[in-house]
Design a binder for this molecule. Structure first.
Ligand code: FES
Ligand code: MG
Length: 604
């Protein structure tokens, strides 16, 4: 029998599955297929294997990435799921980002990873793709790229790590990293203890074991419908995680045969559900930036949701999850208490249940398949997912400031549920201003720093352009002289981000950022009075319009004369990816994405 692929009298299927897709352009389609097949056969595949739908599996393993250490086992399990269901699984690499090994900051590289993901999905003949990721910036990068490429995708997260033990108390990355470092700084933990703790904070592979950015994004992938309901919380080192991977492979084959690309699957209601879940989790502030970037990759949804929407939904959404940093427990506890299915059942009154998911069933149908797990009344886990009517925090775990001259873009955000001193949620105090992370580092512990517990610590120059990547430097430490007196929280404001695992009364994502010559944050001076009123969603510096204008004019003159260095001005002269980043990055209210990658940008 003759192979029809070589019958020159018959045209090749123009939109066939697998190898027939997107043939490289040698001019002659039959020859292109002939070339493609001869090369892939060098990997040992048979004609039979190559006749199947192809499920691509994105491999983000790196020996620098402990959050992704289980990726090789996950790939094996996904392949099993694909091949048991009649598909051909082919894994391929993209870049891998870990929070601690992505200098200057992983956010700087998130958009690069999204481009890598998008273009490799586009370039290769995959019918559907399993996106394996986990560490903070990887899942958003993958979804951003996946939406732009718009082939069917399904996410698989690596899963959270287990907690460790220190002096008989459970500890986990990285809320406990920060709280114990603060104790060490204040002198209540000695140098031997801090060294011993270093061995225990990340005791297994997997993502940070609290409700930081990685866990938040995993839960949001479920809420968006991009990942099956049970897939967010199983530990990285569990056999459940491997069974989830196998199941993901099976769904990926289904998606290859009945394509449900992300631009079709995702609707405005999918995003509203994700925001409801974000508020109920007390999730990471970073997730707001990522959600905006993800949304703005979607051609018809771009611009339909803003940070103000997150605030509006927050006002009617209770915080239900008692996990660090807003509460006390770890991801393994959330998983054992029923995980996302249990949380989603509690949130049902606020969710749009008719949205589609990657299983080709609606969220409502999925919930019907995952009944409420029952916990024995004596179970210590019973308080972790609170009933809708007995929340941990009544509403607005994440607050967005929509009023006031310090949040003119409506992007400044505060995780109110993680504030240690609630009186700071309505506070007026004098600014102590730091113009960069370096300035902060050199002066924050100066015994002569004129600072009191009522001062408002202001840090600028850590926005997307000012310090490319917008580092997680917003957790301004309490000045040592106050920390040693027992002060644990102060009102802090910056144009940067903060790790999702951190807590305190910390306002982030002020935009326009300080580096922008027109920024109000950029002209605040020591002693200016700052007002923060969470109830009113107000963040202001008490300066009249005229003073603000005059200070901005003076600053512009200093920049023009070269007297003041300006990251804004220097952007044009930077080479390579850093230059691309500085010139193209948009603000946190839009997702800190590159303008040319958004759906409304030139390519969309
Ligand atoms: Fe990877 Fe925290 S460092 S999830
Ligand atoms: Mg983090």
């Amino acid at each position: 029998e003759q192979n029809p692929d070589y019958d020159l009298s018959k045209p090749l299927p123009s939109n066939g599955l697998g190898l027939y897709q997107k043939l490289p352009s040698y001019g002659d389609a039959h020859f292109s297929l002939f070339m493609r097949k001869l090369f892939i056969k060098a990997m040992g595949y048979s004609e039979d294997a190559l006749s199947r739908p192809i499920v691509g599996i994105i491999n983000t393993y790196s020996s620098f990435n402990p959050c992704h250490a289980n990726v090789p086992q996950l790939i094996d399990a996904v392949k099993r799921g694909v091949q048991l269901n009649g598909g051909l699984a082919i894994d391929f690499p993209t870049i891998s980002l870990h929070e601690s090994f992505s200098s200057p900051t992983s956010m700087f590289l998130r958009n690069l990873m999204s481009m890598d993901t998008e273009e490799m999905i586009r370039a290769q003949p995959v019918d559907s793709v399993v996106l394996i990721g986990g560490c903070d910036k990887t899942t958003p990068a993958q979804l951003m790229g996946g939406i732009s490429a718009n082939k069917p995708i399904i996410h698989l997260v690596t899963g959270p790590m287990m907690p460790g033990n220190f002096q008989g108390v459970r500890v986990g990355a990285c809320t406990d990293c920060r709280s114990n470092w603060a104790k060490f700084r204040a002198g209540t933990l000695d140098i031997e203890d801090i060294a011993a703790l270093n061995e225990e904070l990340a005791p297994t592979s997997g993502t940070c074991g609290v409700m930081g950015t990685a866990s938040t994004m995993a839960c949001l992938l479920v809420a968006l419908g991009m990942m099956p309901l049970n897939s967010a919380t199983a530990p990285a080192v569990s056999s459940a995680r491997l069974r989830i991977a196998e199941q993901t492979g099976a769904y990926a084959v289904q998606l290859a045969k009945n394509p449900l690309p992300p631009q079709t699957l995702l609707t405005k209601e999918s995003f509203l559900n994700a925001i409801t879940v974000l508020q109920a989790l007390g999730g990471s502030t970073n997730a707001i930036v990522h959600l905006m970037a993800i949304l703005n990759r979607h051609p018809t949804l771009a611009g339909t949701i803003t940070p103000a929407t997150i605030d509006e939904i927050g006002r009617k959404t209770p915080l239900l999850l008692d996990l660090k940093p807003s509460g006390e427990n770890y991801m393994t506890d959330f998983h054992a208490a029923g995980g996302m299915p249990a949380l989603l059942h509690e949130l049902k009154p606020l969710l749009h249940l008719n949205v589609m998911t990657v299983t080709s069933r609606t969220l409502g149908e999925e919930l019907a398949l995952h009944p409420v797990p029952r916990l024995q009344s004596s179970s210590p886990l019973s308080g972790i997912i609170r009933p809708f009517t007995q929340p941990l925090y009544p509403s607005s775990s994440l607050v967005v400031f929509t009023q006031g001259n310090l949040s003119p873009s409506g992007s400044a955000v505060l995780k109110a549920s993680a504030s240690l001193y609630k009186h700071l949620l309505r506070h007026r105090g004098p600014a102590v201003v730091f113009s960069s992370s370096a300035d902060l580092a050199s002066r924050i512990d100066d015994p002569n720093l004129p600072v009191t517990p009522d001062s408002v610590l202001v840090l600028r120059g850590i926005g997307p352009v000012g310090n490319p990547g917008m580092p997680e430097a917003g957790l301004i430490p309490i000045p040592r002289k106050l920390a040693s007196q027992g002060v644990k929280d102060m009102l802090r404001i910056s144009d940067g981000r903060m790790s999702g695992t951190a807590g305190g009364t910390i306002v982030l994502h002020v935009s326009p950022e300080g580096a922008d010559p027109d920024s109000v944050l950029g002209i605040v001076q020591d002693g200016d009075m700052i007002v923060c009123d969470v109830e009113q969603r107000l963040l202001s510096v008490e300066l009249d319009e005229e003073t603000i204008r005059a200070r901005i004019e003076a600053k512009r003159r200093r920049i023009a004369s070269g007297e003041e260095k300006s990251a804004w001005k220097e952007r044009e002269t930077i080479r390579g990816y850093a230059g691309l980043y500085a010139r193209e990055v948009n603000g946190p209210e839009e997702g800190v994405d590159f303008r040319f990658l958004t759906a409304t940008g030139p390519r969309g």
